[in-house]
Ligand binder design. Structure first.
Ligand code: APR
Length: 229
């Protein structure tokens, strides 16, 4: 079976009603990244950080996978399919994708601030005083700006073995995620689906890039239909 690796960003969840980060009215228009998504912000004001993620976690209960997420599931009948997502929502899981790597963590998980191996499923609000079994405060299981991306080496290995790469709904501005393209074998076909595509340095160097400047709900289905005949 040939291998397809799919890199997704906030744009694939946009039509489910989940805000992106850098579009007009995106999350980073209304929040200061360093205050709500960095270790410094956590040290300075834990309540502000917890409320930022509580709002996003509450919303996640209200939204559903869209046609973009669902179309990717159909690839699994024909290809060894790996979803590498920058998203912290669980919409790929709920759509039915089986092999998902979360580069930036998961909104429905929390972890101990005293032992990072203690990770728990957590779908309700997280507050000061919510502690792990060892008595340490719990924090969102999210990779904040300035923190290591533990899954990047696993993701890079998958990209190295890819026969085809699909990129959906990401501005390709955040590294190391955006740099994964450089692990592709020369000439590997890349399909990039985004209504406002950002052709990063790595994408410019691809000899085999096809850009579909359209939304995930239609663009992903077109690519999947093409790849599955
Ligand atoms: N369908 C497909 N793509 C869309 C849609 C849509 N309906 N609507 C918007 N987009 C595209 C935008 O054009 C943009 O290219 O989604 C992309 C969203 O870009 P960002 O908001 O920068 O989100 P993302 O690339 O996922 O950000 C990467 O940055 O803030 C950090 O950790 C956060 O994982 C995030 C990372």
């Amino acid at each position: 079976m040939k291998k397809i690796v799919v890199l997704t960003g906030a744009g694939i969840s946009a039509e489910s009603g989940v805000q992106t980060f850098r579009d007009a009215n995106g999350l980073w228009q209304n929040h200061n990244i360093m205050e709500v998504a960095s270790p410094q912000g956590w040290a300075r004001n834990k309540e502000l950080v917890l409320e930022f993620y509580n709002q996003r976690r509450r919303q996640l209960h209200e939204v559903h996978p869209n046609e973009g997420h669902k179309a990717l599931v159909d690839l699994e009948k024909y290809y060894d399919t790996v979803i590498i997502t920058q998203n912290v929502d669980d919409l790929h899981e709920r759509a039915g994708s089986k092999n998902i790597i979360h580069l930036h963590g998961e909104l429905f998980k929390v972890r101990s601030t005293g032992d990072e191996n203690l990770v728990y499923e957590w779908k309700k609000d997280l507050n000061i005083g919510d502690k792990c079994e060892k008595g340490y405060q719990l924090r969102p299981h999210i990779v904040w700006f300035g923190e290591q991306v533990p899954m990047i080496s696993v993701a890079a290995k998958e990209v190295m073995d890819a026969d085809i790469m699909i990129i959906v709904g990401t501005s390709m501005q955040v590294y190391p995620a955006a740099g994964l393209v450089s692990y592709l074998m020369q000439g590997t076909p890349i399909y990039y689906i985004d209504p406002n595509p950002h052709i990063s340095y790595e994408l410019q160097r691809s000899a085999n890039l096809e850009v579909l400047s359209e939304k995930a709900s239609t663009g992903v289905r077109k690519v999947v239909n093409k790849l599955t005949g």
